[in-house]
Design a protein around this ligand. Structure first.
Ligand code: ZN
Ligand code: ZN
Length: 344
């Protein structure tokens, strides 16, 4: 099969490799679409070690073959693989929090991912989900990562309410998803970015106001727009500036949602204004993936067209174009999301 193989840091090569094989519980998927995610960029750039030569965790496709223990799927089924895969045996899985599974079976890390023409998904019955017929593979690809992460964060973790002011820092894939979801829930949404094309896309996805933080102090602007501060802030990027701007944009009692993980520069650590947060009772809340049982509520809203993840897709690309996208991501030059649909 054709695959994009990470041979080293910042060296991804398209080549022919053997297709992966399934065990009795596995499902072999012919990949139809895989979204290019900033998490992939983190691996490519060397922020995390290269565990699998074939990464990619935002994919969907058609079932090619199933192991003989698999009950829920058959050859020809359309499926999506949410990145927060699980084993079903640990205490978190048993409690229903499959996204916190101790084994955390993430495609592209635990097994070869969606930058290959075929993917062998382990424990297929629990780690694949049927894709509604009316959803295209290209539109669906990002659902299994950025979109579901934003959904769990905005809906389940900070519980955004209609009429609340929500500011989203970083209008890349996660940020645009958060804007779209918060807006669909009736919140007043402010999108902040340094790139005008991202800002245009934020408007298209439902942002009521946008701020280019290159030209304005975003915290001041948010306070003015919201007459005192936002109810909810979202850091969709994970750098010191967006995290702090998020916290500082909140009114008393506000909730900060941290979605982005840090880059090499922060190496996991950002100093936050603890005293201000205590004295103003600001919360710092994190989010990761989505529990499997919540994915169907998201899919339902997409199938009913209440949420339209396809609006974020800038272009469908070939496998050979991925490294160029990573290079653009290094300079924050990308807009929207790119989805590999051509594996030739
Ligand atoms: Zn992703
Ligand atoms: Zn588990």
């Amino acid at each position: 099969m054709k695959a994009l193989v990470l041979e080293d840091v910042q060296k991804a090569v398209v080549k022919d490799v053997p297709a992966p094989e399934i065990d009795h519980d596995g499902i072999l998927i012919k990949t139809m679409a895989n979204g290019v995610c900033r998490s992939d960029w983190h691996v490519w750039v060397g922020d995390h070690g290269i565990v699998q030569p074939i990464i990619g965790h935002e994919f969907c496709g058609v079932v090619e073959e199933v192991g003989h223990n698999v009950k829920n799927f058959k050859r020809g089924d359309r499926v999506i693989i949410p990145f927060s895969g699980s084993d079903g045996t640990c205490p978190h899985c048993i409690a229903g929090n499959t996204h916190l599974c101790d084994s955390f079976i993430v495609p592209g890390t635990a097994y070869q991912g969606g930058y290959g023409e075929y993917v062998a998904v382990p424990k297929g019955d629990r780690n694949a989900i049927h894709l509604p017929e009316n959803l295209s593979f290209s539109d669906a690809a990002a659902l299994g990562c950025r979109f579901m992460t934003a959904y769990h964060g905005v809906v389940d973790r900070v519980h955004v309410l209609p009429g609340e002011n929500v500011v989203v820092y970083g209008c890349g894939g996660i940020g645009l998803s958060a804007i779209h979801i918060a807006s669909s829930m009736g919140a007043n949404v402010i999108g902040v970015d340094i790139n005008d094309s991202n800002i245009e896309l934020a408007k298209k996805l439902g942002a009521d106001y946008t701020i280019n933080s290159m030209n304005n102090d975003p915290v001041e602007a948010v306070k003015e727009l919201t007459k005192g501060g936002a109810d909810v802030s979202v850091d969709a990027l994970g750098i010191t500036e967006t995290c702090l701007n998020g916290i500082n944009s909140l009114k008393k009692g506000g909730r900060h949602l941290q979605v982005g993980v840090t880059s090499k520069k922060e190496a996991g650590f950002i100093s936050i204004p603890v005293d201000d947060m205590v004295l103003n009772e600001k919360s710092f809340i994190t989010t990761l993936g989505i529990p499997a049982y919540r994915f169907s509520s998201l899919l339902e809203q997409v199938a009913q067209d209440k949420l339209q993840p396809g609006k974020m897709v800038t272009r469908n690309i070939k496998l050979s174009e991925v490294e160029g996208i990573f290079e653009d991501m290094s300079n924050f030059k990308t807009t929207g999301t790119f989805v590999v649909t051509d594996y030739s």
